[in-house]
Design a protein around this ligand. Sequence first.
Ligand code: MG
Ligand code: MG
Length: 278
Amino acid sequence: MFGRGIELKSPEQVVAMRRAGLVVAHALDAVRAAIAPGVTTAELDALAHDTIRAHGATSNFLHYGAEPGVPGFPGVICTSVNDEVVHGIPGPRVLRDGDVISVDCGAIVDGWHGDAAITVEVGEVRPEVHTLVAETERALWAGIVAGAPGRRVGDISHAIERSVQSAGSYGIADGYTGHGIGTAMHQAPDVPNVGRPGKGPKIVPGLVLAVEPMVTLGSPDNRTTEDQWTVVTVDGSWAAHWEHTVTWTEEGAWVLTAVDGGRAQLAALGVAYAGNDA
Ligand code: MG
Ligand code: MG
């Protein structure tokens, strides 16, 4: 352990987390390939569940938040469509041409957690929605490459905020952040999507964070609906969400939930890949 209740992982434990991250990556790949007009979000959930099970992993989303008398989250993925920001429940909703859907997925392997999210366009979306999706993903990678040993969590937050603000007039969803991850899905520290450089916990080797910008076409204000889970924008504007589980060494970054470990995107952004993949 480290200060502020932060769980630091050994290099061997990070390798174990990579196994969980890869399962998440494969599940999201399967879901992405299946997204099309006419598909229900329940079908996507079943596909993710099949993929997680096929890799010998378990879901950390299913029954999340359960306690006596409370069943917890009912899916293995969150499917958040259009004005839904995060935590949408998979079900009978049929995707239509022009929709946008964010899919958040997690998995556990040998007690280690992975967590990632993608946003996918269904058929042909409005141009501003296409740009929203691209800019939110760009903000994720801006946050990832802002991390390095010796820097601070606020450097990641600030990079995300600057990336979004430089892209245009967007909202950064209020009240939701990234987080530490390891032997539990949600750990210290919080990784806000706005912040000041040089502030917050120091980034050190062995720190593993879920970085996850949530961006709207309108106001950052949101609320939870009657189902107790789905978070929607108050103004009805559409939203996007991208997330990766990431760690850093003196050599560079390792994106544990990217199939390629982040190699391609990191190279494009001038940051070394510091993974341990074969
Ligand atoms: Mg997530
Ligand atoms: Mg997360």
